[in-house]
Design a protein. Structure first.
Length: 212
């Protein structure tokens, strides 16, 4: 299988999201010992049409061999490279309340290529009663840690009243990607990407589909 690199075009967010789904499917196939897979079979496993899968992959290059399909291990490695998860990527978490503490206890970040290297809270001693995470630090330490560890991503789990101010601090410290759990639209520079996680909206969406 070959990959011909092109200059990166403007990629739809949904296409990048689907890459993560394809990667998880490929990793399961790899664990099950399957060396190759057709675009049709991979698309079925990911819950998309094969034409959509091929279009998504085409944003990043030319994959696969006609008649043979995709080499599972190679395609998984290439998608990991595209997503920037082929090596452990440092992340900081800000706001160690109930949600932040639950995320710190989550064991799945490492296998997916992410390491929470530090957590910050306005009241570190109080936050430490919620979790055994070893590095809950005061907010004043945040710029130094971000700089010293080369962190570019942050998880934001602070109250809505503090979210914009903390986001401003993160951006000033060098963060360019924020996973935001606060129910607010953050105002950030164009070069900063914010992914919002709003559980109430997701539940409302489910509520619509389960109506009789």
């Amino acid at each position: 299988m070959t990959l011909k690199k092109h200059a990166r075009p403007e990629i739809p967010r949904k296409a990048v999201y689907r890459l993560s789904i394809y990667l998880r499917c490929l990793l399961r196939l790899k664990e099950n010992g399957l060396p190759t897979i057709s675009s049709e079979a991979l698309a079925r496993a990911a819950g998309v049409k094969s034409t959509q899968l091929r279009k998504d992959l085409a944003y990043f290059g030319t994959f696969g061999t006609r008649g043979l399909g995709y080499d599972v291990e190679q395609l998984a490695g290439m998608i990991s490279d595209v997503l920037g998860t082929s090596r452990l990527q440092p992340v900081v978490l800000v706001g160690v309340g109930n949600l932040g503490a639950a995320l710190l206890a989550y064991q799945g970040f490492g296998p997916e290529g992410f390491e929470v290297v530090a957590a910050f809270d306005a009241e570190p001693p109080k936050a430490r009663t919620r979790t055994s995470f070893p590095r809950i630090l005061p907010m004043a330490e945040m710029p130094r840690i971000i700089r010293d560890r080369g962190v570019r991503m942050a998880i934001l789990t602070v109250p809505v009243t503090a979210a914009q101010e903390v986001a401003n601090q993160l951006v000033e410290a060098g963060i360019v990607g924020v996973l935001n759990f606060a129910p607010i639209v953050l105002q950030v520079p164009e070069e900063v990407t914010v992914n919002n996680v709003n559980l109430a909206i997701e539940l409302e969406n489910l509520s619509y589909f389960i109506q009789g």
